[in-house]
Design a protein. Sequence first.
Length: 508
Amino acid sequence: MGSIEKTIKNLGTERHHRELLDGCALKTLGCFGLTEMGHGSNVRGIEITATYDKMTKEFILNSPTKTAIKFWIGALAKSAHNAVIFAQLYVNENGEKVRKGVHAFVLPIRDRITHTPFPGIEIADCGHKKGLNGIDNGWIKFEDYRISRESLLNKFSDGTEDGQYKTTIESEGKRFGNSMASLSGGRVFISRLSSEYRLQALMKMWSVNLPKLLDEDNPQTEVCHALSSSMKAFISWSSQSTIDETRKACGGHGYSYYALFSGLLNYNDLHATWECDSHVLAMQNQKIILNGIRKAAKGKKLPEALEYLSLNQTTHPTFTGNFENIDELLKLFAQRASFLANKAAKTLSEYEEGGDQGFLDLQSFIFKDMSFAYHDNYCLSTFTSFLHTISDTSVHKIFSKLLLLNFYTKMNTNSSFFIPALGRDSYSKLKKLINKSLKSLRKDIPLPCVILLTQILPFPERAMGALGHDDLQVYDRYLQYINACKGVTERAEWWRLAYTNADGGKSC
């Protein structure tokens, strides 16, 4: 219900509050219909149409092609009575059918008594998935399905009874941005119910800060979008590789169901595509960086997260400093981010296709590197700032070593860039430093401290599987999990077929 509730609340008006209240009270079940079979992250390209008929004062929903079928919609296949559907709105102006862009509608899709789809609607299950099969994903197709004029969520746009389109936001782009605002919360804010009540006294800050954040002229608004897009993309990618590396580190036991890695890999894999495909989010980040380069060239002040662009690094940076000096390493990563951004901008300007097509064609060659560099620079500088706040000497020492190891591994992972930056002799030295750093960490951070570090994020016990508990009773718990399963010590049901002949005697 999260996306439905937010959408109705953010895009609807008082006439939709009954739907909102019924949903919150679980009197009705709803689903959120944005993704289409042919359109996931490209929301502006969705094909389903909502055409206003002023004779009946209704909108007519149609899925004109197979790619216009709403697909992967959670709670749709067997559960939902109502749906929030995003569609291209069309009205008649001077005898012509005119598109007004993507709008949201709240509408009934099933009879609440018989639980069958209404005429004009076809609903089915999406079938088995790699994981998350407990989620009721379905698809829905519309054919001349009529809904009331009041179904349009009309906070920013509305239609009069005689078919005139009214809006408080003339720009289609800005209207689209407001419509998509209901999706942003999942990327930007992570809330926990256990701490919500403690924060009640601070909630007044939203009334002051939220209007500033939503102001498109506020430079922090663009930075917030760049960071949320970047973080969602790269955390979804890195977490998948981290889970797999952790599985391998557990040897053969990592392949066991009871280690939970197989389920984690399946479930986490989806993060790369839902709430916007990670590649598309990386592109959002890249466009903001390119915009920052243009601002820097004009001498405009940049937000802190983009200040590195002011370095205007146009040549491949070199490093002759101290590998154990955090400030010098941080400067190198800022130079790297600036250099790759300038290189990407220059390559795009010289590319024969140019414009949007050039931007897409060059993704695999340079633009993704620019995004990675932005992300690395921001995370490492944030880690460094956090380090300065630690007053306890022993804790500061541990986190300093972890930060250095983070620098070293990122340099090793991006060797194609850092070998020219360091020179081959220095790069060989870096390899030795990584090994030295790992040995030093094993010595300086004893096993109890390692366990404490893993408890910084307090995962629930049920998420630890057989191998992840901090009491280190791995084998006892592992056997306990296995032996708790039905039939593990019993003969197979088919044993007679395999090991006795037809006369009941022993097989040879």
